[in-house]
Design a protein around this ligand. Structure first.
Ligand code: 5U1
Length: 675
């Protein structure tokens, strides 16, 4: 099919705009188009290319989606070996390096370029007449793997060079890596899919680049920074490393903004210290810095020995991973009742900090890594995050070691531990009694939508716990006026007020009381539903899962949580004590006795209601037998439109459905029990 000229021009224009945008985004770090506009232009180009496949060019930005899987990577022989770097760990090793350089060159002081040493994967990129034709991993330095398809999916790597003055043959070298945020997101996705997580961003980058299916690579958040030139043919490059990198940037390659020209060892050490303080805040991981003699003629004079240049050295930072012994596994109970296994370690210095504990996250993670007491483990500490056990060395495992299993009872209060299917976290169910959950439970209990004890907020709760005045919820009803007045910052008047607020809270509703208990999965509307269905606390406390599941809107997870909560003897004791201390509510909030005046009617709630929350409205409608749905369809009987109602209201009007406002809703709810 002949392609109309105007279409050809349109496609060329789109390619150029998209490539330019990539350049501003990845190389200059100064985006010029909103992402939505970029996506729109990309779709436009994809549509044209689908219509006229001959329009497709090798440098089209649509080509970054990956290609058909390979059966193996082809071998690439590097035209010039890819060198590695010698390392310096201490300042005196750097001194020795500088001394050797100065002596060989017979000069007093050397100008160095200082750069970041990224923790990724070295690659070489070959461009012929401006087009990316081959990308290879370093391999053993002489031979690497052909990863061209994979590299083409990395948006930071230009498929075509910018401008016109680039050499006809240019090989650029640099690091492919995964930013920290992308690494964390990828691991979250892997966990959600039940797949293997990566130990660190470097492994994630290597695993992603070395995929035979480049469509997988395309979905991984890889990026690139260039730091050297390999082969150049048909053109002269500038005489210093710094100028060469500036030139690479003009041709479309990202270079590090932290690159700096420094003078002598002193300049190098200042750079090292400066980057070390920035290390945690950088968006990617680095394992040190690199110093390179800036002048190319000096580099040539120096040459290299056994695959490492004499003109460059890596100055390494303290390692973020170390080997140690796992002495024991403790289980901590968090303020929400979550159980976290924690590894107790033989003290080890990791990145300059002594580490004695590391998180093991949860049972699934322990099983996946097969971590056992007595194991030799690799511990990793990066930034402010809690150190973690990356993996064990099974070859060093002592005989007779046993797999670790989380306890069935809370190590703090002895209540049952449960785990919801598909959830990684195991939890203590002794919410009312468990000292670990005391603060959270108390705060929730006293909150406005629960028992509404005015003045009993976070600060007061903290004081009560710090002064050891409350052990469990019920104790707040036994505190004397003197005890309240004795709290720091509280006088007689505030104590009066507090006593009144506490007294007032004793008269409540069953729905509020159930919500106040803080049972997992029981929010306000579920609490109301339970109160209405059972009318009586005793009945609810002895309800079975099957009975609970029969209630509309109560699923198996909530049913299990409710039953387990009331099965805990400690929780029952606290509830009994609260009632003995005078907490009461009107009997029979049950809607079973309420006329089902809205039975068979379907409602949709949209916009903001003033006098009640949407959850309130939903529960009250349901109490009258109505069904409340999220989307408007022909089956909808009423749409309740609050303030700022949007598309649902429009749809209701289009479909000719009855629309009522908040006043109209209140009229319908006349029969519903108030909360
Ligand atoms: N920043 C930087 N990292 N890095 C790694 N420069 C640099 N140079 C390297 C390596 C392996 O090798 C040179 C010999 C080109």
């Amino acid at each position: 099919m002949n392609i109309p000229k105007q279409i050809e021009e349109q496609a060329a224009q789109l390619r150029e705009t998209l490539n330019e945008h990539n350049y501003y985004y990845y190389v200059l770090d100064a985006p010029r188009l909103p992402d939505s506009e970029y996506d729109r232009l990309m779709r436009e180009l994809q549509t044209l290319e689908a219509q006229y496949p001959k329009l497709m060019t090798a440098d089209s930005p649509t080509q970054r989606v990956g290609a058909a899987p390979l059966s193996a990577f082809a071998e690439v022989v590097h035209a010039r070996p890819m060198l590695s770097l010698n390392n310096a760990f201490e300042a005196d090793e750097l001194d020795d390096f500088d001394k050797r350089v100065r002596e060989r060159l017979e000069v007093e002081k050397i100008e160095y370029v200082a750069e970041l040493k990224l923790d990724g994967l070295a690659v070489s990129l070959r461009y012929e007449n401006g087009l990316l034709v081959k990308a290879a991993t370093r391999g053993d330095g002489s031979r690497g793997e052909d990863v061209t398809q994979n590299v083409k999916t990395i948006e930071a790597i230009p498929l075509r060079l910018r401008g016109e003055d680039y050499p006809p043959v240019l090989e650029v070298r640099g690091e492919v890596f995964m930013p920290k945020s992308g690494f964390e997101k990828l691991n979250r996705q892997q966990t959600a899919k039940g797949e293997k997580t990566f130990a660190n961003p470097r492994n994630a980058a290597a695993g992603s680049l070395r995929q035979l299916d480049s469509r997988i690579t395309a979905r991984r958040p890889l990026t690139f920074l260039s730091y050297a030139v390999g082969v150049v043919e048909g053109a002269e490059l500038p005489g210093s490393h710094y100028e060469i990198l500036q030139r690479l940037q003009v041709w479309g390659f990202p270079i590090s903004v932290q690159m700096l020209v420094v003078q002598g060892v002193q300049g190098c050490l200042e750079y090292y210290q400066d980057i070390l303080t920035q290390r945690e805040a950088l968006p990617f991981e680095i394992d040190g810095v690199v110093y390179k003699v800036n002048r190319l003629d000096q580099q040539e004079t120096l040459g290299f020995v056994s695959r490492a240049p004499r003109w460059a050295i890596a100055h390494k930072f303290p390692a973020q991973e170390a080997l140690t012994q796992l002495l024991d596994i403790d289980v901590q109970v968090g303020r929400t009742g979550a159980l976290t296994p924690v590894a107790r370690l033989a003290p080890i210095n990791v990145g300059g900090v002594t580490v004695t504990n590391a998180t093991l996250h949860n049972q699934d993670e322990i099983d996946r890594k097969d971590v056992r007491v007595g194991d030799t483990v690799i511990v990793r500490r990066a930034g402010d995050v809690i150190p973690e056990v990356v993996r064990v060395l099974p070859e060093k495992r002592p005989e007779n070691s046993q797999p670790f299993v989380l306890p069935e009872h809370c190590p703090v209060c002895g209540s049952d531990v449960t785990r919801v299917e598909d959830e990684a976290v195991a939890r203590c169910t002794g919410g009312l009694f468990c000292p670990a959950q005391r603060k959270e439970a108390l705060q929730h209990f006293a909150s406005r939508r629960a028992m509404e004890i005015e003045g009993l907020g976070e600060k007061r709760v903290e004081q009560l716990i710090a002064d050891e005045l409350v052990e469990n919820l019920a104790d707040i009803y036994t505190l004397s006026h003197e005890q309240w007045a004795g709290l720091e910052g509280m006088g007689k008047k505030s104590a009066d007020k507090m006593m009144k607020a506490i007294e007032k809270s004793k008269s409540t509703t069953l729905a509020r009381f159930l919500y106040a208990l803080g049972i997992r999965e029981v929010g306000e509307s579920t609490a109301r539903l339970l109160a209405q269905q059972f009318g009586d606390l005793e009945k609810l406390m002895s309800a079975t899962r099957r009975e609970l599941k029969k209630i509309p809107d109560i699923g198996p997870v909530a049913a299990k949580s409710i039953v387990t909560f009331f099965q805990q003897p400690h929780n029952r004791e606290v509830i009994q004590r609260l009632q003995d201390l005078g907490l009461h509510w009107p009997q029979n909030e049950s809607p079973v006795a309420t006329a089902q005046t809205l039975s068979g009617k379907t409602f949709v709630l949209t916009g903001t209601l003033n006098g009640m929350t949407r959850d309130d409205a939903k529960a009250r409608l349901q109490a009258l037998g109505a069904k409340v749905s999220n989307s408007v369809s022909k089956k909808t009987d009423y749409v309740v439109a609050g303030e700022k109602a949007g598309s649902k209201l429009e749809k209701a009007r289009t479909l000719g459905i009855n629309v009522i406002d908040e006043a109209g809703l209140l009229g319908l709810l006349q029969n519903a029990p108030a909360n």
